[in-house]
Design a binder for this molecule. Structure first.
Ligand code: FNR
Length: 185
């Protein structure tokens, strides 16, 4: 069995640590999980007035999301919360009312920060939205990746061994979580 997982990254910058994490993550995932990073940077801001004739970017994003079995959020923390670009993607995917693309898809969160608090605030603010969206979000293991700059080498390989072990365990648990929580079709 294989599961398609949409990876949403909460940072748009070129040298983003979160993006680097998304890039190396397939190395640590069991091969039952097929990870694909979805671009959320070009989605127009959510505006309910546009639903009568939704922007093409929204329509494509919603259609694309629907083709995945689960979602993995990799996010930094902005001002103790979720970056606007990620919240916007969540909002766009959640509408029109009654047609949320998130409904029932098993999910997980990895929060990443160069600082010591490991984006805990973003991780948990995000969980609040996932509860409402009926995304069963894996509770354990939790993934708070702090001091992230020290974990990679100059070629953007994640070389820290204890983090490698942690991510392997996390992704293995997520594979089990997806398998258990995927809605019957
Ligand atoms: C930050 N940063 C930050 N870090 C943190 O641990 N807690 C926070 O509340 C904030 N707040 C915050 C607000 C804004 C507007 C910016 C631009 C940055 C620092 C942040 O963790 C750092 O820039 C990361 O490198 C961002 O992630 P990427 O872009 O490297 O993936």
């Amino acid at each position: 069995k294989k599961f398609k997982i949409a990876v949403l990254v909460g940072s748009l910058r070129k040298e983003s640590w979160n993006k680097k994490m998304a890039d190396v993550l397939p190395e640590f995932a069991p091969d039952t999980l097929v990870l694909e990073t979805i671009n959320i940077g070009k989605l127009p801001f959510y505006n309910e007035d546009l639903e009568t004739s939704p922007p093409q970017e929204w329509t494509m994003f919603r259609k694309h999301l629907a083709s995945f079995d689960g979602v993995l959020f990799i996010t930094p923390e902005y001002n103790r919360s979720v970056p606007a670009v990620l919240k916007n993607a969540i909002d766009v995917g959640s509408r029109p009312y009654g047609k949320s693309c998130w409904e029932g898809k098993p999910g997980a969160i990895i929060s990443v920060s160069p600082g010591r608090l490991s984006a805990f605030g973003a991780n948990h603010h995000l969980r609040q939205s996932l509860v409402f969206l009926n995304i069963p979000a894996m509770a354990q293991p939790e993934a708070y990746i702090g001091n992230v700059a020290s974990l990679f080498d100059v070629n953007n390989n994640l070389t820290n061994e204890s983090t490698q072990r942690f991510l392997k365990g996390f992704m293995k648990a997520f594979a089990v979580w997806v398998d258990r929580n995927i809605p019957e079709k």
